[in-house]
Design a binder for this molecule. Structure first.
Ligand code: HXC
Length: 258
């Protein structure tokens, strides 16, 4: 599929997906989210991809869902079409790790897209927000749900009720982002984090993603039981033997995803 609103580059087992609607600050419309879902689904199936990075430009990751597009829609349109549910469902089903590299604005659906990723690395110029309340609506892709789980009720309420933006420093303090780096170094940092992930066993990597995400879906007792069983099952893999033998033999492990 030829893409018009995203650019995909695959190199050294990393798929870099750049959002590319510069005239609208990468506002998310059906085309962009459809292309993104397609690209990520293809990356999932591609043996040459072991980690995915989603990025915008230096000034904006994405300024939210496309307000122009939504301004022409009524309740029946968004309800019967279940706006963006299919695309975001496809993104959430990707089992390979996805890193969001956020520089500049990540607002509304942009913040929500970043939160759909597995972790967020932010440039020191990043600004996160759920300003949908200013448009007479509310967040619709996780801004009242994922954000609350990540930063807690008080900050999530503050962001969603006032529509204020959170800077990178506050986002790191609140646990929304894993690291903050100077904006100019963001892509280097994100790509080297992706390279680190890409050198691990894909089986362990996908098991980590599934296990951490399980923490959001279940009780602690159930989650710990799930983790234990996944841990146990790792001992059926060649990569467990290789990883432990490599440690004992003081050499780098050569994982084969087996
Ligand atoms: C469509 C957008 C846009 C958006 C910016 N643009 N955000 N177009 N949808 N979300 C366009 C502007 O219309 C403008 O186009 C160009 O990008 C530059 O924007 P400016 O406002 O002129 O830039 P600036 O003054 O620097 O302000 C930047 C900004 C502001 C703070 C990011 O643009 C802004 O507040 N944007 C809206 C943020 C927002 O409310 N997001 C939530 C959307 S609702 P022209 O053609 O005039 O140059 C949402 C719901 C998700 O995300 C759930 C769905 C299920």
């Amino acid at each position: 599929m030829a893409y018009e609103t995203i650019i995909v580059e695959i190199e050294d087992y990393i798929a870099l997906v750049k959002l590319n609607r510069p005239d609208a600050m990468n506002a998310l419309n059906s085309q962009l989210l459809g292309e993104l879902a397609d690209a990520l689904t293809a990356a999932q199936a591609n043996d040459k991809v072991r980690c995915i990075v989603i990025a915008g430009s230096e000034k904006f990751f994405a300024a939210g869902a496309d307000i122009k597009m939504m301004s022409e829609m009524n309740f029946v349109d968004v309800f019967s079409g279940d706006l963006f549910a299919e695309e975001t469902g496809a993104i959430s089903r990707v089992r390979k790790p996805i890193i969001a590299a956020v520089s500049g604005y990540a607002l509304g659906g942009g913040c929500e897209l970043a939160m759909m990723c597995d972790f967020i690395i932010a440039g020191d110029n990043a600004k996160f927000g759920q300003p949908e309340i200013n448009l007479g609506v509310i967040a619709g892709m996780g801004g009242t749900q994922r954000l609350t789980r990540v930063v807690g009720k008080s900050k999530a309420m503050d962001m969603n009720l006032t529509g204020r933006f959170m800077d990178a420093e506050e986002a790191e303090r609140s646990g929304l982002v894993s690291r903050v780096v100077p904006a100019k170094k963001l892509m280097d940092e994100a790509m080297s984090a992706a390279a680190k992930v890409a050198e691990k066993s894909m089986i362990s990597v996908m098991a980590v993603k599934e296990s951490v995400n399980r923490a959001y879906e279940t009780t602690l007792t159930e989650g710990l039981a799930f983790e234990r069983r996944v841990f146990n099952s790792m001992f059926a893999t060649d990569d467990q033997k290789e990883g432990m033998n490599a440690f004992l033999e003081k050499r780098e492990a050569q994982f084969r995803d087996r």
